[in-house]
Structure formats: structure tokens, C-alpha cells
Design a protein around this ligand. Structure first.
Ligand SMILES: *[C@@H]1O[C@H](CO)[C@@H](O)[C@H](O)[C@H]1NC(C)=O
Ligand SMILES: *[C@@H]1O[C@H](CO)[C@@H](O)[C@H](O)[C@H]1NC(C)=O
Ligand SMILES: CC(=O)N[C@H]1CO[C@H](CO)[C@@H](O)[C@@H]1O
Length: 512
């Protein structure tokens, strides 16, 4: 049984003098999830192979060919965090025990991970068919003491020097071990893990930001009534509507703003307000679907040939084909992009006086100040770029390797562009967050609900109100950081839970 991926609380002294005590995650090739992979990427944990994994790996050691130094890399290297994720994921897959790589080799990889010695891996250059060959080859090259490597103590240096500094010896590949180390989908899957975890974070904060805008635009909460959603019960839609009810005017959290326009004659808001549960809801469900594909992929043997030790047999199959993660990444981009598409329209409503009945571009002295005009343009430009990036890359395929690999997934590009789309979504929502907070201040002295006022307060700890024009990019960056660190979610969450509690509903699920 695989209960192995538990965070062990024991602190262990690492072999390397540069490191102190570290918590570790156990890898066995079966139970890694996207959230833990991201944590490994951040360097929060060491890796320990489980006892069972060690056994399986040892049994499987046999076959396979050495090819390595082909494929010089193109373009910039992967970031430190992403390289760590790639290495961790590769170890996880080898730990499954179907690749025939020797125990010594895997342990050398774990040691390098523990010491944060990371190979130079090019970001580009995988078609994602026969696995992420080029990136994984570079990952291996560094471990062999060739090319460049990074560690916190040495920075970038010759791989050999970096390894030596940490008391590690360069990996010497056993006969036929090369393929076992480089065939597989770990490059696209580790980028996918980062993309999906960031998508989770931004999607739930998008609900909060949308609620702020709705409040600033004096929208109605009628469309979020539970009866409406009960008759179209997609899980994401139900969930988002409930989140909105818990943030907006209610007996539990009354809003003076909402109360002040109770008698106004508007019965229907624009779709980017009224249809938040429907559109944000499907983004939520798409993310959940992609996550489930990835959790299978992260724990799959995707190399080739596979070594079935029990039967003493190797089989050459096609598990290195990246179509699964590639398709999932394309869906992810398409799903989360819509959050930005909605957000940009709401920002337009906030800055446009004929729609908001607030000062033009959310600034007093409009003649002298351009206010949020440029910020809105930025949001529009990002949304437009994402529309191009959302063209699915996995519908493309080019024949490589003299027509043996005559269908490829293009998953590497799917991964990189999904990440870019997620980043754009974060930035566009950061802009909406600033605009909504600014808009709320024109409605003073009226106050919004407690949870939304707390979000406003949080934003004001890092960004001042916009009274005269100044450079806006530091503000956008500060708001983006709040979202990346999930501060907006953290500040609102206790109130959302309080609301659920009062209604006898289960609290929000804990993060995994
Ligand atoms: C990596 O670190 C963990 C915990 O610090 C330790 O248990 C494990 O043995 C280390 N692995 C190697 C190969 O040094
Ligand atoms: C590993 O990747 C290659 C393509 O580069 C693929 O064709 C092959 O089936 C895999 N295994 C071996 C042993 O080449
Ligand atoms: C990824 C994500 O946030 N998924 C959520 C979607 O909605 C369901 C409720 O139906 C939550 O349980 C998920 O966590």
C-alpha cells in the first residue's frame, strides 16, 4: 500500500555541510500530487525514497542504451524552481521501478536534489513525443559533471565544480542507462503542475475580486440565489455562487452600499457580473479535471522501454507520448483564460463613467490625471495576447526522427504557454483588484461587507489610493504579489467559512 507521501516531521541532518536540518517528502512513484511537487520546487523539502521504491528500483536494474550528449540546448534555461520540480518528478518516476535505472544513479539524483545542485536545462526544444528528450538529457548531463550547474552556494558554475563543492561525485552512467534517464514527460508535467497550482490560486481569488467589482458597481446579488444554481448543479457553478453569497450583502455580513440602492430599478446586471458563477464555475471544474489528469501523469512510468522485473521482461511501448499532459494543458489555458476575459470587461465597467456612474477612469480631476486608463489598456492587451496563446498547441504535430516519431504532442509548448496564460490571468485580475478598491472609495462613507472591507484594507497596506498620476506598474506588481501569495484568499476565507458555518454548511476544503 502506498501511504508514503506523507510529510515526515522528523528533522534529519543532511550529508552536505551547506545544509542544515530539512523536512522531507517520501517519493515512491505513486502518490505525488501537484501541490507537493510545487513545494519541492520551492526547495521546502528534501526527498527520501521509500523503502518499497528502493526495492523496486533495485529489482528493475538491467537493460537500456547510453545516448546523451546530443542536443545542445536553445534559449534561456528553466528557472531554479522549475528545474527542481523537473528533477523531483524524474526521481518520482524512476522510483516507480519500471525504468531499469540503478539504485546508485537514483540516489545520486536524490543527493543532488537534497543539495539543490541543479543542471542547466533549456526551456525550449521538446516536441513532447518521445518524451521530453532534450530537457531531460540536459538534466542528466549536469549530474554527470558536464555543462553547467547551479547551487545556492556557487550560483552558476561548471557542473563538476558545483558537485565537488557539495561533496558529490559526478554520475557515471551504467551501460544502457541513458535512455532510462531521458525518456519521459516530466518536463511538460512539472511545468503543468506549476500552471495548475497557480490556476487554483488565482481562480478562487477571482471570485473575491469579482465580488468587489460587483459591489463597487452596485450590482444585484439576486442572480446568485441558491435556487437558481440548484437547478443547474454543476459543482463549480454551485461553489462559486455560494462564495459570492458569502462575500456580498447578507444578514450575516450586511453591506451599506448594497442597502443604499435596494430600491433602484435595475433588475439585471451585465453578464460579466450576473454570470460569474457560470463562467468562473467552469474554470473551477476545468482546473479540477486537469488536476486529476496530472496526478495520474505525475505518478506514471512514462519512459521506454519499461522493465517488468517480476516477469524478467522488458516491453517497448508508447508511454513517453505526451498527448495526455499536452491536451490537459491546452484545456487549462482555455479554461482559466476566461477569468481574465471577464475581468477585463469588469475593469472597463469600473473605469467607464457611463457604466459606473463614477468619475471617469476612477480619478478626480480627470482633465489632469489619466487614472486607470492605461491600466485598463494593459489588461486589454494581456487578454488579447492570451487569446492567441489559447490556440491549442496539441492539435499540431510534426513528424520527427525520420518518420518513426510521426505523431508528436507539442506538449512542451502547451506547458509554456499555459503558464503564460495563467500569469496573464493573475496580472489582469491584479488590475481589476486595484480598480475595484479605488472605485469603492468613491462610495464612502458607505461601507461594504466585512470580508470585502478586509480585502480593501489588505490592498491599501501595499498600494495607496490613486489621487494623482504616478507610475502604475509598481502598484500592479504589488497587487500581483498579493495574488501569487494568495493573501486575498487568506484574508477573506475566515469570513466565508463563518458564513458557511452559520448556514450549517461544511467549511471550505483545506488546501492539499
Ligand atoms: C536526502 O535528505 C533526506 C532528509 O534530509 C534523507 O533522509 C535522505 O537520506 C537524503 N538522501 C540522500 C540520497 O542523501
Ligand atoms: C525513448 O525515446 C525514443 C525517441 O527519442 C523513442 O523512440 C524510444 O522508443 C524510447 N526508447 C528507446 C529505447 O529508444
Ligand atoms: C480547483 C478548485 O478550486 N476546485 C474546486 C471547484 O469546486 C469544488 C466544489 O464543487 C471544490 O471542491 C474544488 O476545490
Amino acid at each position: 500500500i502506498a501511504v508514503s507521501l506523507s510529510v515526515c516531521l522528523s528533522l534529519t541532518l543532511s550529508v552536505c555541510v551547506c545544509l542544515v536540518a530539512f523536512q522531507y517528502l517520501s517519493l515512491d512513484g505513486n502518490s505525488l500530487n501537484t501541490a507537493d511537487l510545487v513545494r519541492l520546487g520551492k526547495g521546502l523539502f528534501n526527498i527520501k525514497l521509500t523503502y518499497e521504491a528502493e526495492g523496486k528500483v533495485n529489482e528493475a536494474r538491467e537493460v537500456i542504451e547510453t545516448i546523451i550528449k546530443e542536443n545542445r540546448g536553445v534559449g534561456p534555461p528553466l528557472s531554479v524552481e522549475r528545474t527542481r520540480m523537473l528533477l523531483a518528478l524524474r526521481i518520482n518516476v524512476l522510483a516507480k521501478g519500471y525504468s531499469g535505472v540503478s539504485m546508485e544513479t537514483i540516489q545520486a539524483m536524490v543527493k543532488a536534489f537534497n543539495a539543490s545542485c541543479l543542471s542547466w536545462v533549456p526551456e525550449k526544444g521538446t516536441v513532447g513525443a518521445s518524451g521530453d528528450l532534450a530537457p531531460l538529457a540536459h538534466l542528466t548531463l549536469g549530474l554527470m559533471g558536464e555543462g553547467r550547474m547551479w547551487s545556492p552556494q556557487r550560483g552558476w558554475d561548471h557542473a563538476k565544480t558545483v558537485l565537488e563543492c557539495h561533496g558529490l561525485t559526478p554520475l557515471v552512467l551504467k551501460p544502457k542507462e541513458g535512455i532510462g534517464l531521458i525518456n519521459g514527460t516530466q518536463m511538460m508535467s512539472s511545468l503543468a503542475a506549476e500552471a495548475v497550482e497557480r490556476a487554483v490560486g488565482v481562480a478562487r481569488q477571482a471570485d473575491i475580486i469579482a465580488a468587489l467589482s460587483l459591489e463597487a458597481l452596485r450590482g444585484t446579488t439576486k442572480a446568485f440565489h441558491s435556487d437558481v444554481h440548484a437547478v443547474r448543479p454543476h459543482p463549480g457553478q454551485i461553489e462559486v455562487a455560494l462564495r459570492l453569497r458569502s462575500l456580498l450583502h447578507s444578514d450575516i455580513f450586511p453591506s451599506q452600499i448594497s442597502d443604499s440602492h435596494r430600491t433602484c430599478d435595475r433588475v439585471q446586471d451585465a453578464y460579466t457580473l450576473r454570470c460569474i458563477p457560470q463562467v468562473h464555475g467552469v474554470a473551477n471544474d476545468t482546473i479540477a479535471f486537469v488536476k486529476s489528469i496530472l496526478s495520474t501523469e505525475l505518478n506514471s512510468a512514462t519512459d521506454n522501454p519499461l522493465v517488468f522485473a517480476e516477469r524478467g521482461e522488458t516491453i517497448s511501448g508508447g508511454n513517453f507520448h505526451g498527448e495526455y499532459p499536452a491536451k490537459a494543458l491546452d484545456y487549462l489555458a482555455i479554461g482559466v483564460h476566461e477569468l481574465a476575459s471577464m475581468s477585463e470587461r469588469r475593469t472597463e465597467r469600473l473605469v467607464n463613467p457611463s457604466l459606473s456612474e463614477l468619475p471617469a477612469f476612477l480619478v478626480q480631476d480627470g482633465g489632469l490625471n489619466s487614472g486607470f486608463m492605461i491600466a485598463h489598456c494593459t489588461a486589454a492587451a494581456l487578454v488579447s495576447e492570451s487569446k492567441t496563446l489559447c490556440h491549442p498547441s496539441s492539435v499540431d504535430s510534426l513528424s520527427t526522427s525520420a518518420a518513426t516519431e510521426d505523431h508528436v504532442s507539442m506538449g512542451g509548448w502547451a506547458a509554456r504557454k499555459a503558464l503564460r496564460v495563467v500569469e496573464h490571468v493573475e496580472q489582469v485580475l491584479a488590475i481589476e483588484l486595484l480598480a475595484a478598491c479605488q472605485a469603492l472609495e468613491f462610495l464612502r462613507p458607505l461601507k461594504s461587507t466585512t470580508p470585502l472591507e478586509k480585502v480593501h484594507e489588505l490592498v491599501r497596506t501595499v498600494v495607496r489610493p490613486w489621487d494623482h498620476d504616478r507610475q502604475m506598474s509598481p502598484d500592479i506588481e504589488a497587487a500581483h504579489t498579493l495574488l501569487r501569495e494568495e493573501k486575498v484568499w487568506e484574508v477573506a476565507r475566515p469570513y466565508m467559512d463563518q458564513y458557511r458555518d452559520r448556514l450549517g454548511l461544511k467549511p471550505l476544503p483545506l488546501d492539499d
